[in-house]
Ligand binder design. Sequence first.
Ligand SMILES: NC(=O)N[C@@H](CC(=O)O)C(=O)O
Ligand SMILES: [Zn+2]
Ligand SMILES: [Zn+2]
Length: 342
Amino acid sequence: MEQLTLTRPDDWHLHLRDGEALKAVLPHTVRQFARGIIMPNLKPPVRSLPDAAAYRDRILAAIPPGQTFEPLMTLYLTDNTRPEEILKAKDSGFVKAVKYYPSGATTNSEFGVTDIRKCDRIFETMQQVDLPLLLHGEVTDPDVDIFDREKVFIDRHLIPLKQRFPQLRVVLEHITTSDAVEYVLNADNIGATLTPQHLLFNRNRIFQGGINPHFYCLPILKRETHRQALLKAATSGNPKFFLGTDSAPHTRTSKESACGCAGCFSALHALELYAEAFESVNALDKLEAFASFYGPDFYQLPRNTEQITLTKTTWRIPDRVPFTESGLVPLRAGQEMTWKMA
Ligand SMILES: NC(=O)N[C@@H](CC(=O)O)C(=O)O
Ligand SMILES: [Zn+2]
Ligand SMILES: [Zn+2]
């Protein structure tokens, strides 16, 4: 039987939610990943060090007995974040980054930043203490076409930001365009995470045979040329590109709705999805570094030492996974996978 053994990977962009939802989704991530960068877009968001400490405790308490997982916490940047909060966060040792959401760009981003220039004092402090900045890189200007929002963010905000703070370490999260790939390749002190959905699907998938809300996430899937550029970057062996699932659980009914939420749930089978994407371009030999080496290298953390094994077998992704209320529909539910984690 064909097998693939890898150093245990980490997930560098993960939504775990809170309460009952957290308890339902965390075991899936714990099964695959040793650590995760935990997104702070709760309601209300994780804005201070005490918020992050309390959320971290709730995550630790939800880990299934006998298993291990290290939540790497982030703070949610607002117009009112103070430099002292950044210093305290850095000193804590468990806050590994600060997350920037443009106000209104995505799920629970209402408390996000209204004008990136308002945060220059914060970026100055982050640059000084070397705390990475994670970007949801889309503009919210309603006049900008939804498919152009990432590119326009890079041109209008990211390039000037990097000119003002060249040493600030930045992760452009869940990149979706060849423009983002080009930018990251040519800039310094920057990395990017890539999701399974953006490596596997183009925007046609959202509309195939009718509207498919479970393929709607933000930034939205783009056209095929972009998908190919992302796949090329992920499998290039360039350490700037690493794994971040952006697994973003929403109840089935909140997705299958007249105004459905953005986010794909992939924690159940993330690694298998990535394996399939890499295999599609004969690059399985590049999977381990993408999934298990380049992320810790960027975050200046040790690589994991444990191993995991993927086996070539066909299995069917369930239609539903237990979650609060109506359950969760995993990415590409009901379809067949060709790799399975032991
Ligand atoms: N990616 C998504 O479509 N949704 C994420 C938020 C985010 O990462 O932008 C969520 O929290 O649901
Ligand atoms: Zn985002
Ligand atoms: Zn996300």
